[in-house]
Design a protein around this ligand. Structure first.
Ligand SMILES: *[C@@H]1O[C@H](CO)[C@@H](O)[C@H](O)[C@H]1NC(C)=O
Ligand SMILES: *[C@@H]1O[C@H](CO)[C@@H](O)[C@H](O)[C@H]1NC(C)=O
Length: 391
């Protein structure tokens, strides 16, 4: 692992299992001494305790209570009860030999009413205990400030990530995190997978606030062609503003690293043809560079501007400057490789022919043969070469 201007790979437990399941034996000694082996979670997925100790309702608490949104009407009200069982969880990680734990902070636990209310001191106490106990076991905390769960009040009062107000809200939340935990936390992620959130919340409508339009989904309201671009725009600017605050006010004393994590598949042409190779370039631009180009170069990739025209929001000169270089590292969450088919010169039903999809269609199968070993998830295949190439 290389930091400063380099790349940071989060190696998940699942990936470790994949590695050890291949025939060739992989040993820890083959990795650099400062390589982190870690486990990773997000607050809503593990904490439970959804109303304990002053926590407010999150967008996920609200969403999962709507009948039919989640299979079996399940929810995260108890989840893994990590809020109450974190000491056992730390023991388990320690027994596995991990030396890093990536977790996120529940925004609604720290600021139940966003920036209009006060900080919930019992929320701060929980993360202090978690961080202190990790460090006492030699486990480095990698803290994600925002991983898809926000106070429901911000959804209802402001309009969630579709509103520029969320930028100020996020900076306020991030500042409280730096101030409260930054003396011990040296690795910060501002926002986890903004590209995936934009897609699932505003294009497919499968995550809260469940907004979309046909042919991408069946939501009561929304606009799948435009809203993912607006939500992403606000998340990227919020990221850059938080990094600026960190570097100006906290870094001089805390000396940590800050970055962003994107959801990043690798892509290969479905057919061995120029048009599908071009579609692979678009797939990478629309899915991966959508997050990384702004934080490295200060603007969206040219392919997106070309396909979307005026519908792609523009950054002001000041925003570009804030965004450019607003990372000490990038995080790559890599799950799979998919084939890409061009939809400019070939017909594609079901939305592939629209700008928001980059005029392309993805699939895990070529002539019925999967691109790699299938997993329990439809679009996830085990393709080790893709994990090397996405780098
Ligand atoms: C869309 O959702 C409505 C309301 O839940 C339902 O009645 C309708 O059958 C759905 N349409 C499709 C095409 O799934
Ligand atoms: C690709 O096209 C197939 C067949 O029309 C469709 O079922 C699938 O949803 C499309 N994939 C994406 C990612 O749009």
């Amino acid at each position: 692992m290389e930091l400063r201007g380099g790349y940071l790979f989060f190696l998940y437990l699942s990936s470790v299992f994949f590695i050890f399941s291949v025939e060739e034996q992989v040993q820890r000694s083959q990795f650099p001494d400062d390589f982190f082996f870690g486990a990773s979670t997000s607050s809503y997925q593990v904490e439970g305790a959804y109303l304990e100790d002053g926590k407010g309702l999150s967008n996920w608490d609200f969403f999962t209570q709507i009948p039919g949104k989640i299979a079996d009407d399940d929810n995260g009200e108890v989840a893994d009860d990590h809020y109450n069982r974190y000491l056992e969880d730390i023991e388990l990680m320690h027994s596995l030999g991990t030396n890093a734990y990536r977790f996120s902070i529940s925004w609604a636990r720290i600021l139940p009413d966003g920036m209009l209310g006060s900080v919930n001191p019992r929320g701060i106490i929980f993360y202090n205990k978690l961080i202190d106990n990790l460090l006492s076991k030699g486990i480095e905390p990698f803290v994600t400030i925002h991983h898809n769960d926000l106070p429901q009040v911000l959804e209802q009062r402001d309009g969630g990530w579709l509103s520029p107000l969320l930028r100020e809200e996020f900076v306020h939340f991030a500042s409280i995190c730096f101030e409260s935990f930054g003396d011990r936390v040296k690795y910060w992620v501002t926002i986890n997978e903004p590209n995936m959130v934009a897609d699932f919340a505003y294009l497919r409508g499968l995550f809260p606030p469940a907004r979309c339009s046909p042919p991408f989904g069946n939501c009561s309201t929304g606009n799948s062609d435009i809203e993912p671009l607006i939500g992403m725009h606000n998340m990227l600017i919020a990221h850059a503003m938080a990094v600026e605050i960190y570097r100006t006010f906290f870094w001089p004393k805390q000396n940590g690293f800050i970055g962003i994590v994107a959801h990043a598949f690798m892509y290969e042409p479905l057919r061995d043809e120029e048009r599908d190779r071009d579609a692979v370039d678009r797939a990478l631009a629309f899915n991966v560079a959508w997050t990384f180009d702004p934080v490295v170069y200060g603007d969206y990739p040219a392919e997106m501007r070309h396909c979307h025209g005026l519908e792609l929001p523009r950054f002001s000169a000041k925003e570009k400057q804030l965004l450019r270089g607003s990372i000490d590292f990038i995080g790559v969450n890599h799950y799979s490789t998919l084939y890409v088919k061009d939809c400019i010169h070939s017909p594609c039903p079901s939305g592939g022919d629209r700008p928001i999809m980059g005029f392309l269609n993805t699939t895990g199968y070529r002539d019925g043969v999967p691109i790699g070993e299938p997993t329990g998830l439809a679009d996830f295949f085990v393709v080790p070469r893709g994990m090397e190439k996405i780098n």
